[in-house]
Design a protein around this ligand. Structure first.
Ligand SMILES: NC(=O)c1ccc[n+]([C@@H]2O[C@H](COP(=O)([O-])OP(=O)(O)OC[C@H]3O[C@@H](n4cnc5c(N)ncnc54)[C@H](OP(=O)(O)O)[C@@H]3O)[C@@H](O)[C@H]2O)c1
Length: 319
């Protein structure tokens, strides 16, 4: 399937899209369609329909979207809602009209209620209020999951698949300190502290909250697996995680070790902690036969190596 099919990876420059494109090419596919944001703005309905009518992709991995950390989500909630809904709406409608075989959509763990029981099962969706800081983004994602189910039901198809990965990290992650997620922020801060010989790094909160992280290439493999085993999937969303969570304190220590930062790590307890734990119950997806293969130590090492290579490229092109 992956070798000979025409596959559109939307958002191929991003964290997940780049991992999926890489995997497809490793599997021997030479027909991956990649269109940069600047060439095709997926919020532009006319452009999306023109693209689908011309290219006629057989499979779509919808990795394009507006994605960011807490501060960015709090500052631009309307953008997170509107842009993600517009992208989904246009791409889903075009995929239906031009009879894409299967489209894979990605939710996020923030779709689940703020005070969910742990580990979080798929059926906890809409059981309670969302975390306020990511309400716009989460609401768009919930609309996407609902759209997958609704299209499948209305058109009696299994065209649309929804996976819910927990927090991802890996090469091509966003390291912009204004908009990035916690793990890339830690890499950035410890790296900067190491090269500037700063004696201590102060992080927000107590360090006690627990979070689950998954390497982007594991989610890419899970995505290919889902496409290949679509006949085994029910018309529902599936959690995709490692089943292992870490306290932010443990995570910070691992990142500092990977980066080689030997200074002190201090905690600013006046800053909020957020939810105590966010661990997905991925047993439904795991029971289909997929499992993650990259542990945190290996994933951090590969991410930091990529980060260093990028920094070198940046320095060379600045000179
Ligand atoms: N990162 C996570 O921890 C995480 C966790 C769970 C689920 N997810 C979901 O997984 C998917 C991929 O996330 P990611 O972290 O890989 O995102 P990412 O690294 O931010 O990549 C997003 C991609 O979408 C493109 N894009 C943004 N707006 C676009 C538009 N209007 N038209 C065309 N392309 C556009 C971006 O291109 P430009 O950069 O050029 O704008 C980029 O290639 C998203 O649906 C996200 O919600 C992510």
């Amino acid at each position: 399937m992956f070798k000979n099919s025409k596959i559109y990876v939307a958002g191929h420059t991003g964290l997940l899209g780049s991992a999926i494109s890489r995997k497809l090419k490793e599997h021997g596919n030479s027909r991956v369609i990649e269109k940069a944001h600047i060439e095709l703005d997926l919020t532009d309905k006319r452009a999306v329909f023109e693209f689908f009518s011309t290219e006629r992709p057989e499979y779509v991995f919808l990795c394009a979207g507006k994605v960011g950390g807490i501060v960015s989500n709090k500052t631009y909630p309307a953008d997170y809602l509107h842009i993600n809904i517009a992208i989904q709406d246009n791409v889903f409608e075009a995929a239906q009209k031009y009879e894409v075989k299967h489209l894979l959509f990605y939710g996020s763990s923030c779709i689940y209620p703020k005070f969910s029981l742990q580990p979080i099962k798929e059926e906890y969706l809409l059981n309670g209020p969302l975390e306020e800081t990511s309400e716009g983004y989460a609401t768009a994602k919930i609309a996407g999951i609902t759209a997958c189910k609704a299209y499948n039901l209305q058109y009696q198809t299994n065209r649309f698949i929804a996976l819910i990965p927990n927090s991802m990290y890996g090469p091509n992650d966003n390291f912009n300190i204004e908009s990035c997620h916690v793990l890339s922020a830690l890499i950035y801060r410890f790296h900067e502290a190491k090269i500037s010989n700063t004696q201590s790094v102060t992080l927000w909160g107590s360090g006690k909250p627990r979070r689950e992280f998954i390497f982007s290439e594991d989610v890419a493999e899970a995505s290919l697996f889902a496409m290949e085993h679509v006949e085994q999937l029910e018309n529902r969303h599936y959690n995709v995680g490692t089943g292992v969570d870490y306290s932010i304190e443990e995570l910070a220590a691992s990142v500092a070790e990977t980066v080689g930062y030997e200074g002190k790590i201090l905690w600013d307890m006046s800053k909020p902690d957020g939810a105590a734990q966010k661990l997905l119950d991925s047993s439904k997806f795991l029971s289909l036969g997929w499992e993650p293969t990259v542990n945190m130590e290996e994933g951090l090492k590969r991410t930091y190596e990529w980060y260093l290579r990028q920094s070198l490229v940046g320095q060379t092109s600045d000179n």
